[in-house]
Design a protein around this ligand. Structure first.
Ligand code: RIB
Ligand code: CA
Length: 309
């Protein structure tokens, strides 16, 4: 089977960490590089987390440091959500290896040049690096097959009433990406809110003594204390669903519509405005995931755990 060449641009981050493992383990994906960006945490910590994960699980791909938002002042995710280190209760040994000598934008460009027309970008953080890539290396716009994004919200936000964190963190960057003309899959809050993962789902998957299961448990059960117990209704594994859409597109149901990003609204900055009823008469530019077959998602998680030592 011909593998899909992928560069993952991310801000690990607990759910990014799980998504990295899913992509690494997928038999149909050729993970070429990990480029990091400021988002959940500052760019130093997201990069260090990615390097630590790659070394700890012998993933063997280059890791690059990335950028801060283009226009908007950087605001990391509230530290209470993923913990100081950004990986919940998981603490990994500090990697001995070096970062790629290239900036995230340059590494993205180099990998695109190696697989023109085939490369797919999985973006699970703010879209700063991808927007800079498309602005600096204009020719790459024709060479990227698809961008699979964890981001956006059609109806309900997770950071402000109608915005999702990745888009809100750098809406100007997101606007550049959505208007690039490159095919986009948007895995946003809508499908994620409809695909909660419960404690028993995770306990079934992690009931073994594998190193990877302990790591995923440490990521996902955080904090799980009296103050913030594991939610009865389950948790939302944002980036995991984006990885699932990349690995197994048929696990999602999509709506193909026109999406643009609000960058000037006082209360609406960062909204992904999805023209679900085609009022704007614009050519659809985005496939928005609206439903996910949860059993297929859980099966991908199972395969990830089986594939990784
Ligand atoms: O809104 C969820 C997204 O923001 C996820 O990618 C999470 O990792 C954070 O980056
Ligand atoms: Ca993320």
């Amino acid at each position: 089977m011909k593998k899909i060449p992928v560069v993952m641009d991310c801000d690990p981050g607990s759910d990014d960490a799980l998504a990295i493992l899913m992509v690494h383990a997928a038999e149909n994906i050729d993970l070429r590089a990990i480029t990091t960006v400021a988002g959940n945490l500052n760019r130093e910590i997201t990069a260090q987390n990615a390097l630590n994960i790659v070394e700890y699980f012998n993933i063997g791909v280059p890791v690059a440091k990335g950028s801060y938002p283009i226009m908007k002042k950087f605001e990391a995710l509230d530290v209470s959500i993923m913990g100081e280190g950004g990986l919940g209760n998981a603490v990994l040994p500090k990697a001995k290896g070096e970062y790629s000598p290239y900036h995230s934008v340059e590494l993205l460009h180099k990998e695109i040049q190696k697989s023109p027309g085939e490369i797919v970008i999985l973006a699970t953080g703010p879209l700063t690096n991808v927007a800079l890539l498309l602005s600096v290396y204009l020719e790459d716009r024709e060479l990227i097959k698809e961008i699979v994004i964890m981001g956006g919200a059609v109806y309900e936000g997770n950071h402000t009433p109608r915005t999702e964190f990745n888009i809100y963190t750098d809406a100007e960057a997101a606007k550049i990406v959505f208007q690039s003309g490159i095919p986009i899959k948007m895995i946003g809050t809508d499908v994620t809110y409809r695909t909660p993962v419960t404690k028993s789902d995770l306990e079934c998957l992690l009931s073994n003594d594998k190193k990877v299961s302990k790591f995923i448990g440490d990521l996902m059960f955080y904090p799980g204390d009296d103050k913030r117990p594991f939610p009865e209704e389950g948790i939302f594994i944002w980036d995991g669903l984006a990885a699932a859409a990349l690995i197994c597109p048929e696990c999602m149901e999509y709506k193909h519509v026109y999406v643009d990003v609000e960058t000037r609204g006082e209360l609406t900055y960062g909204e992904t405005v999805a023209d679900m009823n085609h009022y704007l008469k614009q050519v659809p530019n985005t496939h928005i995931a609206m439903e996910c077959k949860k059993y297929m998602f859980l099966s991908l998680l199972q395969k990830t755990i089986e594939a990784i030592e």
